[in-house]
Design a protein around this ligand. Structure first.
Ligand code: ATP
Length: 236
């Protein structure tokens, strides 16, 4: 589904991603954990086509997409829920969802069905469909960001720190939604600082440190890895 070969991304002199190779197979949930500034968001953006890469290759569904612009990657089945949610604050919930379906313009029936599906998945969004998105709670905005990404019917969902800034109970809801998406067979690449929850939901995981992959394994193996425990799981 997704393959990165030695991907490098720089911001001027700063090399944020230093030759990362990884793979996400169909139906897998793969997690990337790492500290602040490790390059996680940059890596996701390079997969979505939002950040150009200086070297390496991005293969989506076996096709070399290194030079393919982001809107065309949506057409190839890649959608991203960005860090900080990125909902359009001055637009209603429904309008945000419609924006997520921009690649499907002209297919009103299918778009309405997709909205209905997301309202069933996140009933709070149905209740608040005419509310301005900027007035939603943080958790509701995160649900909206995920629902908006799902409006394009992606094959691969990129989730950038969906737990960021949310209360523990709301984080639980978000991870429950991720588990449901996984059960429905969706392929997910999840970037998280909440390492315990993220590894718990992951088939496989990578640890990213200052732009390099330093460890990889099953979610379970990394949960039990002493280095991961010491650096990312705290004492409990
Ligand atoms: P966080 O969890 O804090 O979001 P991250 O692992 O997602 O961190 P990135 O946001 O990818 O890390 O940042 C990686 C490095 O690249 C950091 O040193 C950051 O300062 C730098 N960086 C990110 N975006 C830019 C930018 N637009 N211009 C310059 N440097 C940037």
């Amino acid at each position: 589904m997704l393959k990165l070969n030695s991907v490098k991304v720089s911001y001027g002199a700063i090399e944020a991603v230093k030759g990362v190779s990884l793979e996400v197979r169909e139906g897998e949930v793969v997690t990337i954990i790492g500290a602040n500034g490790a390059g996680k968001s940059t890596l996701l953006k390079s997969i979505a086509g939002l950040e150009p890469i200086q070297a390496g290759q991005v293969l989506i569904g076996g096709q070399d997409c290194t030079l393919v612009p982001s809107h065309k990657r949506v057409g190839l089945g890649v959608a991203m829920s960005p860090e900080g949610r990125g909902v359009f604050a001055d637009q209603t919930v429904r309008e945000n969802l419609l924006l997520g379906a921009y690649t499907r313009r002209g297919n009103a029936g299918a778009i309405e069905a997709a909205i209905e599906r997301e309202f069933t998945r996140f009933p709070r969004l149905r209740e608040r469909q005419n509310q301005l998105s900027g007035t939603l709670s943080g958790g509701e905005q995160q649900m909206l960001a995920i629902a908006r990404a799902l409006m394009s019917e992606p094959k691969l969902l990129l989730l950038d720190e969906p737990s960021l800034g949310l209360a523990p109970l709301v984080i639980k809801d978000i991870f429950a939604a991720i588990r449901q998406l996984r059960q429905s067979g969706l392929t997910i690449l999840l970037v998280e600082q909440m390492a315990r929850q993220a590894l718990g939901v992951a088939d496989r995981a990578y640890v990213l440190e200052t732009g390099c992959i330093t460890l990889e394994g099953s979610g379970k193996a990394l949960l039990n890895d002493p280095k991961v425990k010491a650096a990312y799981l705290g004492s409990h």
